[in-house]
Design a binder for this molecule. Structure first.
Ligand code: GLU
Length: 306
């Protein structure tokens, strides 16, 4: 049996405004909405615009979600407007002695020998325990490079466990992750935790390429004394080649489908079909008929005419 969150929390959809939403994104959004509404919880829309912003994409994404009949509570939140809350979270971790400056370049991190058993790409710990003199040297170097040091978490664990609606208990690696990048932008892993908690989100629904990030995010929530949410990671959509769905797969966005003469109802029908629910014409139809326990656990192969 699936355990669903209590009725007073909230769900959310949090797209990055890097382009138009494709069918996989839209399916995830519909499921996020349905999971929130079926348990009587609020649903929020947050635009994750700290990175990868394409001019006009935010407005188009909002229009597309509305065209599919998804509604949200309150104003749309823009992550870029939440800088104070993000900075306060970094400050709070810093006050706990859990933040250190990192002077490494990306290349140095990639080339450094990693600790035994560390997952690939994990931070090798280079700047974790430097002497004051070494830190001065690092800061001078950053000054020459016209960069700020990145701020990293001094992680106190090397793994953390989360609960996913479909994957169950998932234990994943936690390393000294970046909290604020060298360009001064707060890292997604921190922003997502702070913003979800501020909106009362108790269930994070998103594509399953982020499942491996959930443990480190939940650990951050724990350190910040924020409630750790549950997770529901939806399988990715893939194109005919098996790679994640993208522009090269043809007419894969809502707008592409509409331009080919399909209606929003027909696009919703495709999403319903992928869930084993033929004949859904609206998001409300999916809400009425979908049983989360029936979600196919393999990637959604999107093979479209046009
Ligand atoms: N902004 C991320 C994306 O569009 C999703 C992050 C999240 O839902 O936590 O892939």
């Amino acid at each position: 049996m699936l355990t669903e969150p209590p009725a007073h929390g909230a769900g959310r959809y949090a797209p990055s405004p890097s382009g138009d939403l494709h069918l996989g994104n839209l399916r995830t959004a519909v499921l996020a909405w349905v999971l929130a509404r079926r348990t009587g919880r609020s649903f929020h829309l947050r635009i994750e615009d700290l990175d990868r912003v394409r001019e006009g994409a935010e407005q188009r994404q909002i229009e597309d979600l509305a065209a599919l009949g998804l509604g949200w509570d309150g104003e749309v939140v823009r992550q870029s407007e939440r800088g104070q809350a993000h900075a306060a979270a970094v400050q709070s971790l810093s006050a706990q002695g859990m933040v250190f400056e990192c002077y490494c370049t990306r290349r140095e991190i990639l080339e450094a020998p990693s600790a035994p058993h560390a997952p690939p790409g994990a931070y090798p710990g280079t700047c974790r325990d430097l002497s004051p003199a070494q830190r001065d040297q690092g800061r001078r170097r950053m000054h020459e490079l016209r960069r700020e040091p990145a701020l990293r978490l001094r992680a106190g664990v090397d793994s953390w466990q989360v609960r996913d609606l479909w994957a169950g208990e998932v234990t994943g690696a936690v390393d000294d992750l970046v909290l604020r990048r060298g360009d001064g932008v707060v890292a997604y892993n921190l922003a997502v935790v702070v913003d979800d908690a501020a909106a009362g989100v108790d269930q994070v629904v998103r594509a399953d390429d982020l499942l491996s990030s959930a443990p480190r995010q939940a650990y951050l929530a724990h350190l910040l004394e924020l409630p750790e949410p549950g997770y529901a990671h939806v399988p990715l959509a893939v194109g005919a080649s098996g790679a994640r769905l993208a522009k090269r797969d043809g007419a894969v966005t809502l707008r592409d489908r509409l331009a080919l003469g399909e209606s929003a109802a027909q696009v919703m029908e495709r999403i319903g079909d992928s869930l084993g629910l033929p004949g859904c014409r609206t998001a409300a139809d999916v809400l009425d008929r979908w049983d989360p326990a029936s979600l196919p656990r393999h990637p959604w192969l999107v093979d479209l005419p046009g």
